[in-house]
Design a protein around this ligand. Sequence first.
Ligand code: S3P
Length: 426
Amino acid sequence: MIVKRTGPLKGTMTVPGDKSISHRAIMLGALSEGITEINNFLMGEDCLSTISCFRRLGISIEIAGNNRVTVHGKGLDGLMAPNDVLDVGNSGTTIRLLSGILCGQKFSSVITGDSSIQQRPMGRIITPLNQMGADIKSVSENQKAPLIINGTHFNGLKGIHHHSPVASAQIKSCVLLAGLYADNETKVTEPALSRNHTELMLSEFGASVTVNNYTASVLPRPRLTGRKIRVPGDISSAAYFIAAALIVPNSELRIEKVGINPTRDGIINVCRMMGGDINLENIRKDGGEYVADILVRHSNLKGIEICGSIIPTLIDEIPIIAVLSCFAEGKTIIKDAWELRVKESDRIEVMVRNLSNMGADITATEDGMIINGGRTLHGTVIDSKKDHRIAMSFAVAGLVADGETNIIDDECVNISYPGFFEAIAQ
Ligand code: S3P
C-alpha cells in the first residue's frame, strides 16, 4: 500500500468491533447453554480463527451479513474431540485462552498457529496450567506452540492462586477459563491491571467472579447461559484515527460507539497528557462495557514519559504512540513495555528501525523507546513484518510524511481491521 500526505480528516465514522470482546463472545457462547447472538462481531482474521477452532470442537456457529454471529452453545461439557489440529493462525488470544479451556476437557488436542505464533512464549500459560494438574506441553519442548494437551479424564483440574509475573489478560483469562473446570476457586493476581473483558463477560453469562484490586477469582462449574451481546467499536482500531486526526492539521473527527473500558483507555489518557484535544461524548453502558463517541481535533502535542501501570491499558497502542511522539515537541520516553518484544513482531525493534528509516530521532531501549520529536518524516519502504499494528501505524505516519510511504505486506491489517485502508482513504 502506498500512502501520501493528506489534507484534514473530517467527518463521522465507526470502527469495527472489539477484537478481545469478539473472541470471548465466541468462547463463552460455546460453553453456554442455548443461543448466543453477537452483533457487531469483528470479522477480522484472528476472530475468524477462533470461530474455526470452535467449529472443529463441534460447535455450530452461523455467520450472517451485518457482522452478526450466532453461536449454538452446548454447555461447559459440550465440546467434542477435534478431528484435526486446531489452527489459531496469527491469534495469541485464541491460543492462550483456548488452551485454558482445552485443559479442562476429557479429550486430547493439539493447538498451533502461524510462524509468528510459533515464536511466542507459551511457558507463561504452561506453568500455571501444569500447576492446576493439566497435561499440557510444548511438542518441541521449547515452551512454544505447537502445544499438545491431554484430557484430564477422571481427576479434573485443581483450583490454584496464580501470581502472574506479567500483567497479561491472555495469561489471566487462560487460567480463569481453566478454573471453570477446577475443583475449587481459581485466582489470578497480576502486577498491574490488564484488560478485564473475561471477568466482565463471565459474570454476564452467569459465572461467579470476584475482583479485588489486581486479583480476579472464579468459582468452578458455573451454569453459563447464552445471551445477546453487542460488541463495542475497538478502541485499539480507533487509536489510528485518533492519532491521524491529532497530527494532520485542521482535522476534526468523530468516532462513534467506541469501547472505553478503563483497562483499555490508556491511549485517550496519553493523548490528553500530550496535549491532544479529545472529548468523550454520550458515555453509556452497553452490555457490561462502557461506550462513547470520541471527538478529536488536530492539536500541538508535547513529549511525555509513559511507564508503570498505564502500560497494560495501552499495550497494543504503543506503535501508534511512537508515531505520535515523532510529531510532539520534546522528548517522549516509553518504559516498562518489555512485552512489546514478544507480540506479533518485536514491536520495539520494528518501530525503531522503520521510524529511523523515515528520519525520526528514536532509540530502542530494553523495555521501550526514547523519541525526540519534531523532525520531518520522509516516506520510504516500510517492512511491516506482517504485523497488523505496525502496518496501520505507518499508514498514519505516511499521512504526514513527505513523499510516498510504501507499506510491505499490508494485507496483515485484515487480522484486526478489515477495511482499514478504505476507511483511511474515505
Ligand atoms: C489481548 C491481550 C493483550 C493484547 C492482545 C489481546 C486479549 O495481550 O496485546 O492484542 O484479548 O486478551 P497480553 O494480555 O498478553 O498483553
